[in-house]
Design a protein around this ligand. Structure first.
Ligand code: NAP
Length: 323
């Protein structure tokens, strides 16, 4: 079967190989899923670079998000049947034609969710829901709280702005590009400001949800956050960590990290099912819809990865593992 493999850490465009892999039969408790579409997310590529080398075992097949159809069932599986559309989660491995996954890590997809939405129903919607939950735990009600969302031009940034608006928060999306600022002004509630390293916007905020990191996040921590506020980091698109000096200079702020993977492996199936139900609801209403820039056959992975790295990319990329 068509598959991909990372055998050494490095630049994703150099080290993710297209390979012909053996298609194995599902063991007891497992199902085989024929993948229909998989997403390309920043979180798929970070482990490839070796950033988490201590907890990443080589070789591995990348791809944390996608959906497909159950094609074979292992002994003892009663919760799923051949033909069910499912979202397999819990490990990477979706950038290939077929994946084997324990049935308990497969979540059934309602018939009315279209393929592009199905392929992006997991990582960003569930993370956005957890981020808002973390803020609610800190503040209680979010009504009128001044909340800044960095990298608001990203897929999850737009979801966060819409979710927070629904909570009555006073939202500011911070983007680095005029293109995103213009688009967001039309698509999401709240104000949008330009901000980047060396150009920190002048803001007063109760909380910041940050996916940029680096000196830019450090400046926001020092200049924008009110005492008693919260700073949640969930990404580092700049490739640089949040400066420790900024964190140490603000003992009055609550700092935390949020990784979906940590939540998923501790939440238990009923909580994940409930989160998926909210994701599907949000996909139906448009709240969680991601703009899709292009769908590439998996056989053209090199072109897809070059497009992913292009700063001018305008939306998510999907891979079709069937071709
Ligand atoms: N912790 C978790 O479990 C978790 C889960 C989901 C996502 N994430 C993180 O969330 C972030 C966004 O993910 P996504 O899937 O939404 O990505 P995406 O849609 O691919 O986002 C790309 C956009 O992010 C903006 N961006 C990129 N680098 C930037 C930088 N250095 N400064 C400011 N903006 C920048 C760009 O917007 P412009 O067009 O404005 O330049 C770009 O178009 C990633 O860091 C990802 O790892 C984390």
């Amino acid at each position: 079967m068509r598959s991909t493999l990372v055998s050494q850490f490095g630049d994703p465009r150099q080290v993710i190989a297209l390979v012909d892999a053996e298609r194995r039969a599902p063991q007891a408790g497992e199902v085989e899923v024929a993948l229909a579409l998989a997403a390309v997310n920043p979180s798929d590529l970070i482990p490839v670079t070796g950033a988490y080398s201590a907890r990443t075992t080589l070789p591995f097949v990348p791809g944390f998000e996608g959906f497909g159809t159950v094609t074979r069932i292992g002994a003892g599986v009663t919760s799923l049947k051949v033909g069910d559309r499912v979202i397999p989660i819990g490990a990477s491995g979706l950038w290939q034609e077929y994946v084997l996954r324990p049935a308990e890590w497969c979540f059934r997809l309602p018939d009315d969710i279209d393929p592009n939405d199905a392929a992006t129903a997991y990582v960003n919607p569930l993370t956005a829901l957890q981020l808002v939950e973390a803020l609610r735990t800190h503040f209680g009600s979010l009504a009128e709280r001044r909340i800044g969302v960095t990298a608001a031009g990203s897929a999850i940034g737009g979801m966060l702005m819409k979710l927070l608006a629904g909570e009555g928060a006073d939202i500011t999306g911070i983007v680095r590009s005029r293109r995103s600022a213009d688009r967001l002004a039309l698509e999401v509630p709240g104000r949008v400001v330009l901000g980047d390293e060396g150009q920190t916007p002048r803001l007063r905020l109760d909380a910041i949800i940050d996916a940029v990191g680096g000196p830019f996040a450090g400046d926001l921590i020092l200049r924008a956050l009110e005492p008693g506020g919260a700073f949640i980091q969930y990404g580092a698109l700049s490739g640089v960590p949040v400066p420790q000096a900024a964190i140490q200079a603000r003992p009055d702020i609550r700092f935390s990290f949020l990784w979906l993977r940590t939540w998923v492996h501790s939440a238990g199936r009923p909580a994940i099912e409930a989160a998926f139900a909210r994701s599907f609801e949000g996909l139906r209403s448009g709240l969680f819809s991601s703009r899709i820039a292009e769908i590439y056959p998996l056989s053209r992975l090199d072109t897809a990865l070059a497009h992913q790295a292009d700063p001018g990319r305008d939306g998510k990329l999907l891979l079709d593992p069937r071709c």
